[in-house]
Design a protein around this ligand. Structure first.
Ligand SMILES: NC(=O)C1=CN([C@@H]2O[C@H](COP(=O)(O)OP(=O)(O)OC[C@H]3O[C@@H](n4cnc5c(N)ncnc54)[C@H](OP(=O)(O)O)[C@@H]3O)[C@@H](O)[C@H]2O)[C@@H](O)CC1
Ligand SMILES: [K+]
Length: 214
């Protein structure tokens, strides 16, 4: 399997953007691919809890949530670190809200109704941290990872399980344990170095190869 580092991935995204494949379109392709993979892997899934951080990994989560909802699943979004901060994540959070998806703070999961939703969710999407993560999990990230790991549903990590460093494969204490990881364009070193934490790994095409004629 070919592999790229986080920095190489960033460079490829910049080149693809310059070649006319916008960052927003890459995020759309990533989230749509993740939703499609979830739907064909777990046939019959009826509900999904989607955890989103404030960066672009969260952006992938907002996109995937839209596509899962369009496929008929009951979907709720949980913001782990408050509102998104990147342009494309803000845009996709807005679209999710416009289509009426519940976008809730993750600490509402302390409330019985939200806790019940998470306990009964067939799918759990981890869009908290991707290639931007380094170091240790802070309390919000740690609490979210614990909730995902403790829930009975299947965990799909977007790009990589939150709490892993993409290049070193170092797993922070309490990192997400995924059943399936969907990564974008090419695997990152963590998928090999921390294979057990990632579960099954699928690489999704997000259009970069075509844009750059690779
Ligand atoms: N670019 C693109 O076009 C595409 C990108 N894509 C997606 O974007 C992902 C990369 O997105 P990203 O670069 O926004 O970083 P992301 O992984 O969301 O998280 C970073 C946030 O976490 C924070 N943070 C870091 N360490 C932390 C810690 N220990 N504890 C707490 N916080 C910590 C960090 O803050 P900082 O520490 O840097 O201030 C930052 O706010 C990539 O994996 C893929 O899924 C796809 O959509 C395809 C197109
Ligand atoms: K993730």
């Amino acid at each position: 399997m070919s592999e790229v580092t986080a920095a190489e991935m960033k460079r490829l995204e910049q080149q693809a953007d310059a070649a006319g494949l916008s960052y927003r379109q890459m995020m759309e392709n990533a989230g749509a691919a993740a939703a499609a993979l979830a739907l064909r892997t777990w046939l019959g899934a009826k509900s999904a809890a989607v955890f989103c951080g404030k960066g672009n990994n969260g952006g992938d989560g907002f996109v995937a949530a839209r596509h899962l909802a369009n496929a008929g699943l009951a979907v709720r979004l949980y913001l782990v670190e408050g509102e998104p901060v990147t342009t494309d994540a803000i845009y996709n959070c807005g679209l999710a809200r416009e289509m009426g998806l519940p976008v809730l703070a993750a600490d509402t999961l302390d409330e019985p109704e939200q806790a019940e939703f998470l306990q009964s969710a067939d799918l759990i999407l981890d869009g908290v941290y991707g290639t931007g993560f380094h170091g240790t999990l802070r309390p919000e990230g740690l609490a979210a990872a614990r909730r995902m790991n403790d829930a009975p549903g299947r965990v799909l990590a977007l790009d990589l399980p939150s709490g892993l460093e993409a290049d070193s494969g170092t797993a922070a204490e309490g990192a997400v344990q995924a059943d399936l990881t969907v990564t974008f364009h090419a695997a990152k070193p963590c998928h090999r170095l921390a294979a057990a934490q990632c579960g099954w790994v699928e690489v999704a095409d997000i259009g970069i190869g075509t844009a750059l004629q690779l």
